[in-house]
Ligand binder design. Structure first.
Ligand code: APR
Ligand code: PHB
Length: 394
């Protein structure tokens, strides 16, 4: 068995794990990232890329903002369409200049991998059966299997950045871990097409046939979604069927102007709200999707991973720099305060825009009234805008 010694052992080489490892490295704190999959597999994932300014700031702090600055787009607002009408949420005007940055999560992850490589960061891919041990002690360690051997990583702290399906949550005793969950009985059928997006900004649609979203990855790569059944089979959706259904849900001007083309990616994602408390147990911390999941409606997943990593990296840096444990002690409480506000917003936006099976006639009228009120009230639109651009970090 090989034994490695590091300060922070990280489970998961997605955005959360890589960002943490990079931020710690820049402050002279060593880490080892253990990723179950290959890098190519991780980078093949198609994920949303609506970045809050806090996330953009953190990526610059991590030294991975250059390509983002060159290739990203800035959105000062977005549209919501319902009942055949289309309304714009002027985020910048309503929040004194607040905007979001559009840059695919795949590109964020790619930039982080390249930064880790450039600094000879230790990211071990295809690490099987990663297991946390002794998390209640001050000498925790990780074991994993690779190349037919078992390996051990001795560390001071373990951080579970291993996503919703990871292993780290199970290291917290069931009597300690509290789980909060809402599973929505619907999904999102998402596609990529090498076509120009219908507009520079995003368009969210509430329609009797179901929710739709028009987004993009660049000026020549569009991302579209239509609400579907949770068990929808993407193979039942040839290109023509997808475009017809999307156009049936779009307002007339968008349906008339959309440029269709071959679909280059097609998949169904489930919708879930999920939080575990606490996000710390002994020397084990949870961050990102390992601790919480939001429905994609508010585009908060990556941004919550970023704010978790902001709080946790600061706590670890203060611990190693000056023996101050306050940040680590307060991590779970502070991170969860921001997590729950984003969970609320994502749940609210999902209830507002989707046709949910449990919704009766009364619920549909309430939805319509909520949208009518939203667009008649500057205060209501401002509340939506300030949540969408991202609430401030504590
Ligand atoms: N051992 C090692 N690695 C694991 C294990 C395990 N047992 N289980 C999962 N992983 C890896 C996954 O392969 C993945 O690369 O952990 C990583 C977790 O990455 P994400 O799921 O992307 O989660 P996170 O880094 O928290 O980023 C959150 O990603 O899923 C999106 O919508 C989400 O945008 C949000 C962002
Ligand atoms: C995306 O571009 O994939 C996207 C954009 C906004 C969302 C969700 C997904 O709310």
């Amino acid at each position: 068995m090989s034994i490695t010694r590091t300060q922070v052992g990280v489970i998961g080489g997605g955005p959360a794990g890589l960002l943490l490892s990079q931020l710690l490295h820049l402050k002279g704190i060593s880490s080892v990232v253990l990723e179950r999959q290959s890098r190519d597999y991780v980078l093949a994932r198609i994920r949303a890329g609506v970045l809050e300014q806090g996330t953009v700031g953190l990526l610059h702090e991590a030294g991975v903002g250059a390509r983002l600055d060159r290739e990203s787009q800035t959105h000062e607002g977005f549209d919501i369409a319902f009942s055949g009408r289309r309304h714009r949420i002027d985020m910048a005007g309503l929040t004194g200049g607040g905007v979001v940055t559009v840059y695919g999560q795949t590109e964020v992850t790619r930039d982080l991998y390249e930064a880790r490589d450039a600094m000879s960061g230790v990211v071990i891919e295809e690490a099987d059966n990663v297991t946390p041990h002794n998390v209640e002690s001050d000498a925790p360690y990780l074991t994993y299997e690779k190349n037919d051997g078992i390996h051990r990583v001795d560390c001071d702290f373990i951080v579970g950045c291993d996503g919703f399906h990871g292993v780290s949550r199970s290291a917290i005793p069931e009597l300690v871990l509290k789980t909060f969950e809402r599973v929505y009985p619907i999904g999102w059928l998402g596609i990529l097409s090498k076509t120009p997006p219908i507009s520079h900004e995003n368009l969210y649609v509430r329609h009797d046939r179901g929710f739709a979203l028009c987004s993009q990855r660049s000026s020549i790569l569009s991302r579209y979604y239509v609400q579907c059944a949770v068990d929808e089979d993407p193979d039942e959706w040839p290109d023509e069927r997808f475009w017809e259904e999307l156009k049936a849900r779009l307002p007339e001007d968008a349906a008339a102007s959309i440029i269709t083309g071959p679909l280059v990616e097609k998949s169904v994602a489930p919708l879930r709200s999920f939080v575990v408390e606490p996000m710390r147990y002994g020397r084990l911390f949870l961050a990102g999707d390992a601790a919480h999941i939001v429905p994609p409606t508010g585009a908060k997943g990556l941004n919550l991973a970023a704010s978790d990593i902001h709080y946790l990296s600061q706590g670890l840096i203060h611990f190693y720099d000056r023996g101050d444990e306050q940040g680590l002690t307060n991590y779970s409480k502070i991170a969860l305060r921001r997590v729950w506000k984003a969970e609320r917003f994502s749940w609210w936006m999902t209830q507002l825009l989707h046709r949910l099976p449990e919704h009766g006639a009364f619920d549909r009228r309430i939805q319509e009234s909520e949208l009518e009120y939203l667009f008649s009230s500057k205060a209501a639109m401002t509340a939506l805008a300030e949540n969408y651009i991202g609430l401030p970090y504590e």
